[in-house]
Design a protein around this ligand. Structure first.
Ligand SMILES: [Zn+2]
Length: 455
């Protein structure tokens, strides 16, 4: 009772709560039926993954993706579709290999250079491996220990968190900052145990972005799989171990790219953004990360058009460029909104995998959080109950910083995400059609309610 009194007093509801709930529940049911019965997200994802494949910023595949996205948004019924220019870093991988020299034995180890790393320029770099069990140990290593050697950080993905993103948050900085710390200690290369929960992909390397920070020496930085990491650490304790690393990756400057935007015109001059990022790492097919978020965002347009839902806000589906190794697309989008003095009611991102939806993370005022929580009963039939996490997404975060836009992020079941994240297992076959579509329906329902009640 007290809660309703608050909502009514704050003017968030304009008519009685019960009457609204019935109408909203019916509309959410219509949305759910439409997406589950007629949704095209899954077939769009199949095209993206199988006909185009992975799509690193600045690659030919990335350009092909834009052409596909423009077409897909038009077919979904967007009133307007356009490209928003943004300069992005171009990084290429090239051939690469890692061999461990153990006594007279040479063992080939699967590896991936980390994104934005410089390579060995095609030459073989041979050096002794020094193993560190934690980031602290690496930071505290005596100056002389790493001179001319390879720093190997063997810190495992924290498995004790029920939500795997909490584990990833804890170790993400190791991959991003580790190379700079090792470089400043005089190391000639940096190797990290992959940030992976690893079930079903235990010896697969998982890539991801790194940074040299202000380190003068841009040493090669690579990831290896969990099983290889265990073996190497064991061998290092037994005897001196050398590695021969050959990589040919490196930055190729900046190139022009574009955010792809499609919108349904609203009846006011306000906007709601829903998006994912269309770039991916250059392994696998970028299916969960983040083809799923892209096709779900396109599906919102299709669903609204099909059900003839006329929004108050202009609903924009945005396929962001360059999330993985620069986050330039999200920044360009927010900058453009600031320059055009656009008023954004809400931004919603899906970039946590195309798994069964569980709820939405929220980055907004306490009043807005309470408003979203008042929709719980309406959203529960979709299996949505978790509205307690904070945050929006990398691509929409600049909108919070620059425009104070309320943010939300789709929260799916996270148990399998870090098995496939940034590795060759992130393919179309790893995505389930019903789970993907239920996520899209959840996003459409959330946007329907936000369009109606946020202002
Ligand atoms: Zn992503």
């Amino acid at each position: 009772m007290k809660f309703y009194t608050f909502l009514l007093a704050s003017g968030l509801f304009c008519s009685t709560v019960n009457a609204q709930s019935v109408t909203d529940s019916q509309q959410v049911a219509r949305i759910t039926n439409e997406v589950l019965l007629n949704g095209t997200a899954y077939q769009n994802l199949e095209y993206l993954c199988k006909k185009i494949g992975h799509r690193l910023s600045g690659s030919t595949a990335e350009a092909k993706t834009r052409n596909w996205a423009v077409q897909a948004l038009k077919e979904a019924g967007a009133d307007t579709v356009w490209l928003q220019p943004v300069m992005v870093p171009k990084w290429t991988r090239g051939a690469e290999s890692l061999q461990i020299k153990k006594g007279k034995e040479t063992i080939k180890v699967p590896m991936l250079s980390l994104g934005n790393s410089e390579g060995t320029k095609g030459k073989v770099l041979e050096a002794e491996i020094v193993c560190f069990e934690t980031m602290e140990a690496l930071k505290n290593a005596p100056e002389t220990l790493l001179k001319g050697k390879i720093a190997f950080l063997n810190y495992p993905f924290p498995a004790h968190f029920p939500c795997t993103f909490d584990g990833y948050s804890e170790v993400g900085g190791n991959r991003y900052n580790g190379p700079a710390i090792a470089s400043k200690k005089g190391a000639v290369a940096f190797v990290i145990r992959s940030l992976s929960t690893g079930v079903g992909s235990y010896d697969l390397p998982h890539t991801g972005v790194m940074s040299y920070g202000d380190a003068a020496n841009k040493i090669p930085a690579i990831a290896i799989g969990n099983a290889a990491a265990d073996s190497i650490c064991k061998w290092v304790k037994q005897d001196k171990l050398k590695a021969a690393l050959k990589t040919d990756c490196g930055m190729q400057g900046e190139v022009m790219s574009y955010n792809v935007i499609g919108e349904i015109k609203g009846t006011t001059d306000r906007y709601i953004t829903v998006g994912g990022h269309y770039d991916s790492w250059d392994v696998g097919e970028g299916a969960h990360d983040d083809g799923a978020g892209c096709v779900q965002s396109i599906e919102i347009i299709r669903c609204f058009k099909q059900l003839k839902i006329q929004p108050k806000n202009t609903i924009r589906a945005v396929l962001f460029a360059n999330e993985e190794n620069g986050a330039k697309g999200g920044r360009a989008y927010a900058d453009s909104a600031v320059a055009k003095k656009e008023v954004h009611t809400l931004a919603l991102e899906s970039d946590a995998g195309g798994f069964s939806p569980r709820g939405f993370s929220l980055e907004m005022s306490d009043t807005e959080v309470r408003l979203v929580n008042s929709w719980k009963k309406v959203l529960l039939p979709l299996g949505l109950y978790d509205f307690d996490r904070e945050g929006g997404g990398v691509d929409i975060d600049p909108m919070r910083k620059k425009l104070n836009t309320p943010l939300a992020g789709l929260v799916p079941d996270t148990q399998r995400y870090f098995d496939v994240h940034h590795c060759e297992k992130d393919v179309f076959e790893a995505v389930n059609k019903r789970e993907l579509h239920l996520g899209a329906a959840s996003m459409a329902a959330f946007i329907y309610l936000a369009d109606k009640y946020f202002n």
